[in-house]
Design a binder for this molecule. Structure first.
Ligand code: FES
Ligand code: FES
Length: 157
């Protein structure tokens, strides 16, 4: 066990964990944040996506010790921000949410993209969500939702 300190959804946290534990398990089991989902468990599906220093990360393959001193944002923290509200709105209007399993990861992938590229083209959007699998929507509604958020987002990004 070691003590790790990081910023989680805007708050400083300090935990005693085995640093090689998966960040996904620490978030879900130690911290009760169930927004990041376990899909493949192998870094292939993006269901477990979180932001670490604003970069999209698969928390199922990241050792918890790696986030010491960094900032982690899960969907539970992001959903308090106006950027989230815009994305949730366009995802709903574009029909980009069906079963919802991929949605937290997709929204964080969209945020990571728009944070760096506020007006992405379709290829950039498809590239940004290429690590996030969706079994339901065929992706085109998700691409549309992200495009709508970029167009309507004004100064949000
Ligand atoms: S559960 Fe982490 S990438 Fe699939
Ligand atoms: S909405 Fe079902 S997996 Fe994407």
């Amino acid at each position: 066990m070691s003590k790790i300190k990081f910023i989680l959804n805007g708050n400083a946290v300090e935990l005693d964990v085995v640093p090689t534990m998966r960040l996904l398990d620490v978030l879900r089991n130690n911290l009760g944040l169930t927004g990041p989902k376990e899909g493949c468990g192998e870094g292939e599906c993006g269901a477990c996506s979180v932001l670490v220093d604003h970069q999209l990360v698969n928390s199922c393959i990241m050792p918890a010790g790696n986030v010491a001193g960094h900032e982690v944002i899960t969907i539970e923290g992001f959903n308090k921000q106006s950027r989230y509200k815009k994305l949730a709105d366009t995802f709903a209007r574009a029909g980009a949410v069906q079963c919802g399993f991929c949605t937290p990861g997709m929204i964080l992938a969209a945020e990571a993209l728009l944070n760096e590229v506020p007006h992405p083209d379709e290829q950039q959007i498809r590239q940004a969500i290429s690590g996030n699998l969706c079994r339901c929507t065929g992706y085109s509604m998700i691409v549309k939702a992200i495009k709508m958020a970029a167009e309507e987002g004004g100064g949000l990004w």
